[in-house]
Write a protein that binds this ligand. Structure first.
Ligand SMILES: Nc1ncnc2c1ncn2[C@@H]1O[C@H](COP(=O)(O)OP(=O)(O)O)[C@@H](O)[C@H]1O
Ligand SMILES: [Mg+2]
Length: 296
């Protein structure tokens, strides 16, 4: 219920609120647990559609009320269609390169070892894209809860840094971890790992040799934050605001591999747990990505 992105309310026999999704509490003024639902809230106004689904639970009669704003579905459909097109487009590039490599390998008297190695990289790229897309759709379906309980983040940040140590060393980037051992984030362990991995991998990929990336978790006045901060090449001003968009990559000319979905996933995970993300920095002086959750 809580995690549903829809406006959903459960009512008892007397139309009193038993449960409501966060979105319902945000969009329906005057909704209160245990209190009767104000009648005007559940009227089909302004193109709003209302579905009532009554059911019996241990002899009690309850009703699931589901509201849909007219704009919701159209916007969603548009997003979906755009996303499908973008995924297909992103897949075409590595597939075209893969095909070219295979065709070259078929020519008589070619040295194939190198080509096979390159082909393997292309397959890796395709797999990364598919994994990211599947993970995003898992998140969106709500089948994979993001914010189940609270988790001490520091040990997970350490695990992530250890697991990436080798590729960090290859890139000449140092990944450090800091924070209090008992600071908890309102995320499942797996989700903390996803966020930290994406941020650290980005620093390893883009910050440049000699850079240091600090992963930190700390408690602030009214928030708990997870921050990844590096002193590498950073991104330009116009890119900064767009980094969290799906498929957005700041510097395509840099012949690096990536899906452009990493930060979109980070944002999705953090937002699903009630948090916010923010990127700051300047070209030439590093990038800081800050994920903040309301302190409880
Ligand atoms: N630490 C960083 N330093 C510089 N640029 C970065 C950093 N992190 C992310 N970026 C830029 O943001 C873009 C989007 O990142 P992301 O969503 O993780 O996609 P991907 O890593 O697959 O390209 C990257 O392509 C890169 O241009
Ligand atoms: Mg990335």
């Amino acid at each position: 219920m809580e995690e549903s992105r829809e406006i959903v309310v459960v009512l008892d026999e007397d139309e009193r609120v038993i449960a409501a999704s966060r979105r319902a509490r945000e969009s329906l003024d005057g909704l209160e647990d245990g209190a009767p639902v104000p009648a005007e809230l559940l009227r089909p106004e302004g193109g709003r559609e209302i579905f009532r689904i009554p059911y019996d639970l241990d002899g009690r009669r309850e009703t699931l009320v589901y509201l849909r704003d007219a704009g919701d579905l159209a916007a969603y459909e548009e997003l979906r269609a755009g996303f499908t097109a973008a995924v297909s487009h992103e897949l075409r590039t590595p597939l075209a390169r893969l095909l070219a490599l295979l065709e070259t390998a078929l020519l008589p008297d070619t040295e194939t070892r190198d080509l096979v190695e390159q082909a393997r990289e292309e397959v890796g790229q395709i797999r990364e894209l598919i994994d990211d897309v599947l993970f995003l759709s898992e998140l969106e379906s709500g089948r994979e809860p993001v914010a189940l309980g609270a988790t001490a983040a520091l040990p997970i940040l350490r695990e992530v840094a250890d697991a990436l140590a080798e590729s960090a060393a290859r890139a000449g980037v140092t990944v450090t971890v800091e924070g209090d051992a008992d600071t908890e984030l309102p995320l499942r362990p797996r989700m903390i790992r996803v966020v930290a991995e994406n941020l650290a991998e980005n620093a390893i990929r883009y910050a440049g040799a000699g850079a240091t990336c600090a992963l930190a978790v700390r408690r602030e006045a009214d928030a708990v934050v997870l921050v990844a901060s590096d002193d590498g090449v950073g991104v330009g001003d116009k890119d900064l605001g767009r980094l969290f968009e799906r498929f957005y990559r700041a510097d395509r000319a840099r012949a690096s591999r990536g899906t452009g979905l990493g930060l979109a996933i980070v944002k999705h995970v953090v937002a699903s747990a009630g948090g916010t993300v923010e990127a700051t920095g300047e070209r030439g002086s590093g990038l800081t990505v800050r994920c903040a959750f309301p302190a409880r």
